[in-house]
Design a protein around this ligand. Sequence first.
Ligand SMILES: NC(=O)c1ccc[n+]([C@@H]2O[C@H](COP(=O)([O-])OP(=O)(O)OC[C@H]3O[C@@H](n4cnc5c(N)ncnc54)[C@H](OP(=O)(O)O)[C@@H]3O)[C@@H](O)[C@H]2O)c1
Length: 295
Amino acid sequence: MASAPLLVTGAAGQIGRRVLDLLLAAKAGPIIATTRKPEALADYAARGVDVRKADFDDEAGLVAAFKGAGRALLISTDALDRPGRRIAQHLAALRAFEKAGVKHVVYTSFVNPHPATKVLISGDHRDTEAALAKSSFDFTILRNNVYTDMMLMSLPNAVASGQLFDARGNGAAGFVTRDDCARVAAAALAQDTGGRRTLDVTGPAVLTSDQVAAIAANVTGRPVAHISIPPEALQEGMVKHGQPAPVADLLVSFDLANQAGDFAVTTDTVLKLTGKAPQSVEAFLTANRAALLPK
Ligand SMILES: NC(=O)c1ccc[n+]([C@@H]2O[C@H](COP(=O)([O-])OP(=O)(O)OC[C@H]3O[C@@H](n4cnc5c(N)ncnc54)[C@H](OP(=O)(O)O)[C@@H]3O)[C@@H](O)[C@H]2O)c1
């Protein structure tokens, strides 16, 4: 275990809280948690976590917030409202880590952030990875695959209607649960590794939408057929059903990247770093069966 404090940014988010729970359970640390909303982590402060305020949009306050940390988990933010905002946040965090004396950065990236990917938000991850490569830090880049949890947004409608619409064709993804991503992040932060590594964090299998539909049907006992439609039609349908156009564009871009094979990656990273195999899509959907069924 590392002796200098372990720091988690964005600690009030879903991954952040889970990482704190795992570090506390493993008695790793001491732990520094930074967040825009320290009051939201009062329960963690009561358990001995040093909770500090840090907003990546306010660079002036970051060095003091990060002071004393040896290893830091940089959780990519969800600031996707305007192009350029998120990468500016990440670069501000990295500059402050350096000034604060952080030695090793763990970063939550995204699978296959190559220049030709269709995923509209992958440039932020690519540029953050490039900044790490140019920096003086040791690092662990965790290229998380698509969260299995995202299925809870699309599958309830598919189960209700019997039709799973997307623009993925026969594309496939190595869906990984948010919880497994958190377990890997906690392990990468707490293990006293040096050097630089980039790891794909994935579930146990690559699944097409045909296979996901079949699993959803099996888990719920209701028929679900996968229907792949052209991306333009999917985008139009989403907007008609109330999605803002930029959100629809982003969601469609994930489908295009899926179809192009960008997410068709599986590795043993989860097992290797945590000692436990990743949760399958079937096990995840079975555990969340109630959320799939019509109310
Ligand atoms: N692989 C995938 O399929 C997938 C899916 C969704 C998201 N993601 C990415 O993974 C990240 C973590 O996932 P999650 O499920 O934990 O998301 P989440 O619950 O939506 O959390 C959003 C995160 O962004 C942080 N954040 C937002 N604005 C910030 C700012 N100005 N300064 C510092 N931090 C800021 C939040 O920190 P505080 O609230 O504590 O300040 C929080 O950690 C997301 O932010 C996103 O980049 C990946």
